[in-house]
Design a protein around this ligand. Sequence first.
Ligand code: C2E
Ligand code: MG
Ligand code: MG
Ligand code: MG
Length: 281
Amino acid sequence: YESKRLKNSVHLFKDTMQERYLRNVNIEQALRSAIENHELYMVYQPQITADGTFYGVEALIRWNSPSLGNVPPDAFIPIAEASGQMPSLGRYIIETTFADIKQVQHSLGITFSTSINISARQLLEPDFATCFIEKMHQKDIKGIWLTLEITESLLIEDTPSILPLLNALKNNGVQLSMDDFGTGYSSLSMLRMLPIDELKIDKSFIDAALTNKDAQQMAQSIVTIGKNLEMDVVAEGIETKEQLEMLTRFGCDRFQGYYFARPMDKEALAHFVKDTLFPLT
Ligand code: C2E
Ligand code: MG
Ligand code: MG
Ligand code: MG
């Protein structure tokens, strides 16, 4: 009986590995034609300030593949990186976001902040900063309206070589945010060394904060660290009024989450911003 069970579990394990491998190969191949086939698009999730007004958006990529269905970015970004597709995907993300945002801002006659996620490989491309700044100028977007969201693991890998890149972006006004803060292998000295303007508290702390004392104290401590280092602190993944009230009490500057709005396409965003900022017109 034991050996039969073992055999079954080994069989199951092999299937899962193989399935995952095949799925990754499928993703890698389907991704190669996704841009030209117009299967990718950007959605935008609003960020709300502590006084309840619209602040700006985070751009998030979506992929609707005819063969694979909706593939989440967590699943395909790492594969894009590993298979050398990140330079073209990264360019697509930046260009599409700039074009969409320009269009929405122009139609409403206002300017707002836009955050863009930058993957490890993308930032390490030798001409990343130069190209980003060039695209900003082409589209006539000022750096102060742009935030690059980077993750902790990326910064740990290569702090010395990343510093000049980050400084080049900062010299052009671009804001830097540390995404998913608290989950990676961050060191506090790194926070002091790098020109970071914003901390985003990882959703896992927000999820647990109402029921778990440790998570609550972690979230509160992250806000305190950020504030002491003169950074803005953003809470992401806010789903309930109770979470919002707690993080407001801790002193967060901005909020993002389904409680306010889900990520939406540029048309829906234009309506959202209009209804939020000009409710009477
Ligand atoms: P992230 O940058 O930390 O983005 C936040 C994620 O949380 C997004 O998932 C967003 O849709 C989701 N989210 C926001 N509010 C809530 C909420 O209240 N509840 C729940 N359950 N989820 C919420 P998404 O869009 O699936 O993206 C996942 C990750 O994939 C992102 O995490 C980011 O690391 C990466 N990603 C997404 N778009 C891009 C991109 O354009 N470029 C790069 N390099 N990475 C991206
Ligand atoms: Mg992000
Ligand atoms: Mg995050
Ligand atoms: Mg994340």
